[in-house]
Design a protein around this ligand. Sequence first.
Ligand code: ATR
Length: 266
Amino acid sequence: MDVYGIIGNPVEHSLSPPMHQAAFDELGIDATFVTFEAEEDRIEDAFRGAEALGIDGLTVTLPFKHDAFEFVEPTKSVRRVGAVNTIDFTDDGPVGYNTDMTGTLSAFEHHDVALDGTSAVVVGAGGAARALAFGFEEAGADVAVVNRTESKAHDLADEVPRASGHGLDELPDLMADADVVANATSVGLESDESVAPADAWHGDCVAFDAVYKPLETRFLADAAAAGAQTIDGAWMLLFQGVDAFEMWTGEDAPVDVMNEALRSHL
Ligand code: ATR
């Protein structure tokens, strides 16, 4: 039996196990997907141990996405974002991917939203914002990074080609001209707040929220009320898993089955 897992701390409420297990079961792959709650001061031992034990693949979540960088052969997505969320243990050693970035692009594709030539606004400058900003840029968008702490927006924008950095006060003006507006802050997580003013939305844009608890955040509800298309955060979670699954198994992922398994746990 093949063994896959998610490594993080905490991981007990992770939605990756039901999502991946449903996919393995659907395709008749003899594999199990488990949680590994590692201690921060022993994370290197944990990665080496996983390799030594012959574990086939890992999803890496907080707080280990940076630690994992030291341990893998980084792919392009990892070198750009500077974080690893998927490890494939190959015969040539562990290879690291950032499917938070590639999965977000898959989620947009799934919704028939083309990013090439668009103006995208990413609100936030943390880990999620990095994945979105590099992803949107790679897909051909011009990216405006907006953050409460404006200096962090400039720091991130300096790393991303064709990107600019801004403070939150500029968000309404940037939204007026945007084709895509993405929330990569924690605002709205289990609260009825939005980082974007409700009256700044217009119908000619796509709203994406990396927050998936609740699924319909205030950010997305305001966007929908203005007539905008919305993509909720579970799509990012789904497609980072889809991309990882396909990397690990070489099979086409059963996307609908994974989506159903994921949403039934939300
Ligand atoms: P992650 O790695 O999940 O992206 P993070 O690194 O903690 O999380 O980043 C959280 C983001 O949410 C940051 O951009 C943060 O802004 P600051 O850099 O100014 O801290 C943003 N954020 C958190 N609470 C916020 C709030 N109340 N209003 C606006 N932005 C907020």
